[in-house]
Design a protein around this ligand. Structure first.
Ligand SMILES: Cc1ncc(COP(=O)(O)O)c(C=O)c1O
Length: 450
């Protein structure tokens, strides 16, 4: 047991590198070792490490005011941060509520949906339907609407289930269909679930337009979201996009939904919202939601102590101005195409790289035992753990995941570097990834003839 630390680490027996500083996609340990931050931490350091100008913003804002409590007052910097979010949505959203992270954001999104129906006089509507193989956060409410058994394990007694439907997961379609030649049975499942639950009881449906760690980058073909939107409208159900991971430029658009043919009523944001420099999340809603609440009570009494923090708001404003001035978002789209292509190219010579997917700089890789049959590895082999360990030997932090096959098996990794990554650095990530996969394959008994 590692008794030298007071930090309650995820793995108690593991020795973690002690990081002192970083620059761009690189992180440096106190012993001088240089690492590539290939997944931007938990897909959040979107502006790269060591940004001195962000340090200045934090210093300047902190020296002005400690905090401003939302029940008492507002700040101009919060107003500006909220306007930035609305502007990025082309004013599909017109009101924003800042919180301290993604789980808080999805929970507030749920409360906002509930509040809307309470206020428009449809009190029976409260249920939130979500998808299997989804992740919406680790607090008990957010974990309840999650469909990711690996992260729910052990806490089931605290969770509720108001309906889950199959994911839009073409590589391993739950209906056994081929991509682009189905009726979107996975979208039709929403209608069935609404009727099963009772349409008068359902308030909202929540989904990740591009899946995070539960399916590492999976996203459905055109048409899926249109169908989902139609079903929601038919039954007067709000559509919540959880873009905590995919939002704020990560997929090559400010919001992932902008890549598709639909508009959500409510969006949950986090991670890249502050470039990686402040723990913050946000919920934004359309004017329709606001009007519904306004007309009947004109108040929204939910939230957390730190909601609307001016320090976080200043970081959000700085992040937006960097995204705009450096044209980072459209470049994320181009860099993402390059990265996905490079990974698809190396996948041809790797028997275990079953699928490369994702949008922008949110590229997921699914590992399989057999590419033809898509058979997954025996969970006892802990392939995802092997992958992150071998990546670390390549001096690269790489986030991996498990459970894409109905939560029971299936190993994945997510490559999601900072938006500021350059093409040479993308090549370096792919090179290290390539070497790492070769080592894992050797360890698993592939490449025996060499
Ligand atoms: C899609 C999605 N929603 C919600 C969350 C929860 O965010 P947080 O960990 O900031 O609470 C995450 C975190 O990974 C996420 O990916």
């Amino acid at each position: 047991m590692n008794k030298k630390t007071y930090i309650l680490n995820p793995y108690f027996k593991k020795e973690y590198p002690v990081i002192s500083h970083g620059k761009g996609i690189y992180m440096y340990a106190e012993d001088g070792t240089e690492y590539i931050d290939a997944t931007s931490g938990a897909v959040l350091v979107s502006l790269g490490h060591g940004m001195e100008s962000m340090g200045e913003v934090l210093k300047e804002q902190a020296s002005k005011i400690a905090f401003a409590y939302r029940w008492d007052c507002v700040t101009q910097v919060l107003e500006d941060a909220c306007r930035n979010v609305c502007e990025a949505s082309d004013y599909n959203f017109t009101k924003v509520f800042f919180v301290s992270g993604g789980s808080e954001a999805t929970e507030i999104a749920v409360k906002l949906a509930r509040k809307y129906f309470l206020n428009i006089g449809r009190k029976s509507k409260y249920k939130i339907i979500s998808r299997n193989q989804s992740y919406h956060g680790s607090t008990m409410g957010a974990l309840s609407i999650t469909g990711f058994p690996v992260r729910q394990a052990g806490y089931e007694n605290y969770l509720f289930d108001q309906g889950h439907i199959p994911p839009a997961y073409c590589y391993r379609c739950w209906y056994g269909k081929e991509c682009n030649s189905c009726r979107f049975e996975c979208a039709e499942a929403l209608e069935k679930e609404i009727l099963q639950q009772g349409e008068d009881t359902v308030a909202a449906f929540i989904l990740e337009p591009v899946s995070g760690m539960s399916l590492c980058g999976a996203n459905p073909p055109a048409g899926y979201f249109k169908k989902i939107r139609e079903i929601c409208d038919r039954y007067h159900i709000l559509l919540i996009a959880d873009e905590v991971m995919a939002g704020m430029g990560r997929t090559g658009k400010y919001f992932a939904y902008q890549n598709f043919d639909f508009k959500p009523d409510i969006i949950a944001l986090g991670k890249a919202l502050a470039g990686g420099y402040f723990p913050i999340g946000a919920v934004a809603c359309s004017q329709k939601i606001f009007d519904g609440i306004y007309e009947n009570s004109a108040e929204f009494s939910a939230g957390y102590s730190w909601a609307g923090n001016p320090l976080g708001a200043a970081v959000v404003c700085k992040t937006f101005s960097c995204l705009q001035q450096q044209s980072l978002v459209p470049n994320v789209a181009l860099k993402g195409i390059y990265l996905k292509q490079a990974l698809s190219d190396i996948a041809k010579s790797h028997p275990i790289m079953g699928d490369v997917r994702g949008l922008g700089l949110m590229v997921g890789i699914e590992f399989v035992k057999d590419k033809e049959t898509k058979e997954t590895f025996d969970p006892a082999l802990k392939v995802n753990k092997k992958i992150s360990e071998e990546a670390l030997k390549e001096k690269m932090f790489l986030e991996t995941s498990f459970g894409c096959n109905h939560g029971k098996s299936g190993d994945m990794a997510m490559i999601a570097p900072a938006f500021t990554v350059n093409y040479e650095e993308l090549d370096e990530i792919v090179l290290r990834f390539d070497r790492m996969v070769t080592k894992v394959e050797k360890d698993l008994g592939y490449h025996r003839s060499e």
